[in-house]
Write a new protein. Structure first.
Length: 484
């Protein structure tokens, strides 16, 4: 029987070769992690250097696996950013929790196709379990359906496809079968601060990125509910509202309970972009920021941001599983639908990486309290960073630090150049110096440094060292201005 079960089992020599390769690679990975906190945080190599190190003609014959991996690691090294490390504050980028990283290794080793239950019952069931935990943690309806996608971008696409289905179905239009040509018009309403991925999702779904009614936002980027009321009163028909929990620049939250009430009055579908902000719901002390979010119809969030799951990991949640499934499901004669959740019913992909494993491992290694502590800790460190920087007279903090985002502007001496130019110069200098990494943005017409504290590995010491590096860069740029 054993021979029948394993007729193609590889010779021992071969598995030993694989074991050696993987053990060597594991040592390289561990060395990388060990050195990660001490690495310059930004990449050092230029594109040209990386092309020289990694490029060349397609090899005619294959190379030995270990040599390939070593060459890849050596060639890539200078082009890696220490975004998994403790002093990376650019964009909104979390690190990788150890349990989640290890689960990611297994995900690749197991090489499961998480398309349908039949291709991997384990992947399907782990997604199901992680989905239930996520709903509980984020305070979302227990009956909602969940899909594991590549990021918040595809979570938007999935959720808004469900919205499009449901809104048009109410107008007796089957968009999956009939398409959009000739369909009743959808009134799409977004906030002035909607993330670019919402617009791209609308574009991909044939709803257009220029067609939405844009509702004004306040100084912190929060949608103005009075303006929303006026926008909804001005047009009837099927309506989709896209609100935001966690502005990419300020971290602010749209007033979700007022928006949810207006959505209900107008029978509109309410979608929430909660890429990182929705995680505030996992903390008893921050939960109020999201009040009302649970009343929405769909939510998009990320695992690879605040949950610190390795890339890529996005999560879509839809309150009405029938609409979600109708928008996504696919079948073919050769598929096998066993008695279980087919992941492809809830995402745009067909064959797919088993993304549930890393989310499961992250949630299980942190537990409810650990997730709350991670989120609260990052917010505390963002406030600490803001107060360390604010102590310097040339520094202005532009936002109310309600979450993990800090927007900073640097002010030159009176008459000595522009704050925009100084701020961008400080950002570039910090990036070059390599103690920490963060980027620039434009907020309400002003250049600003964006600081996002999203990683589990960031310590208080890292915050202090980074604030010192930022202030040193600011002093150096101010001194240069004075000399010029
Ligand atoms: C990061 C972010 C997105 C996009 O998420 P991806 O995971 O990069 O696709 C969307 N909305 C907001 C508010 C974000 O911060």
């Amino acid at each position: 029987m054993r021979e029948l079960l394993f007729p193609l089992s590889a010779p021992a020599k071969s598995i030993e070769t694989v074991a050696e390769l993987l053990n060597d690679t594991c040592r390289m990975a561990v060395d990388y992690l060990r050195e990660l906190p001490a690495r310059p945080v930004g990449a050092r190599a230029t594109g040209a250097q990386l092309r020289a190190a990694l490029g060349g003609p397609l090899p005619e014959t294959g190379e030995e696996a270990g040599a390939v991996v070593r060459a890849l690691a050596a060639g890539a090294d200078g082009g890696l950013t220490a975004s998994a490390g403790p002093r990376y504050f650019g964009f909104v980028i979390g690190g990788s929790l150890p349990a989640s990283l290890a689960a990611d290794w297994l995900t690749s080793t197991w090489d499961q196709n998480a398309g349908i239950f039949a291709t991997s019952p384990a992947a399907a069931v782990v997604e199901e379990v992680a989905a239930g935990w996520l709903l509980e943690l984020l305070g979302l309806p227990a009956g909602a359906s969940v899909g594991f996608v590549t990021g918040c971008q595809m979570a938007h696409v999935t959720a808004l496809a469900a919205a499009r289905h449901a809104l048009l179905a109410r107008a007796f239009w089957n968009v999956e079968e009939q398409g959009l040509a000739g369909a009743p018009p959808l009134h799409v309403v977004i906030g002035a601060e909607a993330h670019v991925t919402v617009l791209r999702a609308l574009r991909l779904l044939g709803l257009g990125s220029r067609t939405p009614t844009v509702v004004a936002a306040d100084a912190q980027g929060r949608m103005d509910p009075r303006e929303l009321r006026a926008a909804l009163a001005a047009r009837s028909g099927p309506t989709l509202i896209c609100a935001q929990a966690g502005n990419i620049n300020t971290g602010s939250f749209d007033p979700m309970d007022e928006i949810a009430e207006l959505a209900r009055e107008h029978l509109a579908w309410l979608h929430v972009d909660g890429a990182f902000g929705l995680w505030a719901a996992a903390s008893p002390t921050l939960r109020d920021l999201t009040a009302g979010a649970a009343l929405a119809d769909s939510w998009a969030t990320d695992g690879h941001k605040w949950l610190n799951v390795p890339y890529d990991s996005g999560i879509v949640v839809v309150a009405d599983p029938a609409a979600h499934r109708a928008a996504m499901t696919a079948t073919a004669a050769y598929l096998q639908h066993d008695d279980g959740r087919d992941p492809l019913d809830w995402v745009p992909e067909f064959s797919r990486r088993a993304r549930g494993f890393t989310v499961y491992a992250a949630l299980r290694s942190l537990g409810r309290r650990g997730v709350a502590a991670l989120v609260e800790d990052c917010c505390r460190k963002a406030r600490a960073m803001a107060s360390l920087l604010r102590a310097e007279p040339a520094v202005e903090v532009l936002n109310e630090v309600v979450l993990n985002q800090v927007l900073v502007r640097f002010l030159p001496d009176a008459g000595a150049g522009s704050a925009d130019a100084l701020t961008r110069a400080v950002v570039r200098r910090v990036q070059r110096d390599g103690v920490c990494w963060l980027g620039a943005t434009t907020w309400h017409g002003m250049a600003a440094m964006r600081i996002s504290v999203s990683g589990w590995a960031t310590s208080e010491r890292d915050v202090e060292d980074s604030a010192a590096a930022i202030l040193a860069a600011a002093r150096a740029e101010l001194a240069a201005l004075r000399r010029s």
